[in-house]
Design a protein around this ligand. Structure first.
Ligand code: CIR
Length: 259
């Protein structure tokens, strides 16, 4: 498994914000937390693919939004926030040695945070960041590889993966206030603790789940179910509306992956 990561920009405090009030970000602390996050991924078996910093692009640490990497192909997105569009080129360069690339073109928009693959179905949040043209373009790009793309409405949060992720390959973790359970596949589904609305963003990797220290009640719920929860303190990127999935792009990078 490979993990694309990019260090925190010194301008993180000027990030895009949709649902949160702006509060001061400690960029030094964000950097330390991000390094611990990357070390956690390494410990879980990921080989880090560190891409160049983009100090003038505040949200560049949230690499997930720039690309979707499947075993067969990668799709370089066109982020919904105009300020984030220049993040994609360096991500594309990093992935190009590993995958054939497809691109989302104007006027379509798509954020990787809106994309959740479960088996051969790719769920896409219909949000202000990912428009109908973006969802259609993704459907067209992935159809030749046998993936079905399904649009899912979400409310009250930034991205689909703010509302639901896979905490394990057979376990959904979701926030019932932000997404309708009926729109999700028939897997075991765990609701976040009511006091932890941001707790649905979890990153399953290497048989464990990387999970925010800010959501202890939901973490205990996951442990009760037998999951191996690796807590990471992401307080500073959380102020920028980022979660644990946003800060990496994981893909199968073994010798047989891609081309
Ligand atoms: C933004 O609003 O675009 C950033 N401040 C946060 C992006 C978080 N990305 C993600 O959830 N995939």
């Amino acid at each position: 498994m490979r993990a694309v990561v990019r260090s925190v920009s010194r301008t993180l405090g000027r990030c895009e914000l949709t649902h949160l009030e702006r509060t001061p970000v400690d960029v030094e602390l964000a950097h330390v937390q991000h390094e611990l996050y990357a070390a956690t991924l390494e410990k879980l078996g990921c080989e880090l693919l560190r891409i160049p910093a983009e100090p003038e692009l505040p949200d560049a640490v949230f690499v997930e939004d720039a690309a979707l990497v499947l075993d067969e192909v990668a799709v370089i997105t066109r982020p919904g926030a105009e300020s984030r569009r220049r993040e994609t080129e360096s991500v594309a360069r990093a992935i190009a040695p590993w995958r054939e690339l497809r691109r989302i073109e104007a006027p379509a928009t798509l954020d990787g945070g809106d994309v959740l693959r479960i088996g051969r179905t790719v769920y896409v949040g219909a949000t202000p960041r990912s428009n109908a043209a973006g969802i259609a373009a993704l459907r067209e790009a992935l159809a030749p590889f046998g993936y079905r793309v399904e649009a899912v409405p979400v409310r009250g949060c930034l991205h689909l993966k703010s509302a639901v992720t896979l905490a394990a390959p057979d376990t959904l973790l979701y926030n019932p206030r932000w997404i309708d359970r009926k729109r999700l596949p028939a897997l075991r589904a765990i609701a976040v603790d009511g006091a932890e609305p941001h707790g649905a963003n979890a990153l399953a990797v290497g048989g464990a789940v990387v999970y925010p220290a800010s959501c202890p009640r939901t973490a205990r719920k996951l442990e009760t179910l037998g999951l191996d929860v690796r807590r990471v303190d992401m307080s500073e990127t959380e102020k920028a509306e980022g979660g644990v999935t946003c800060c990496s792009i994981l893909f199968n990078g073994g010798p047989d992956a891609g081309r």
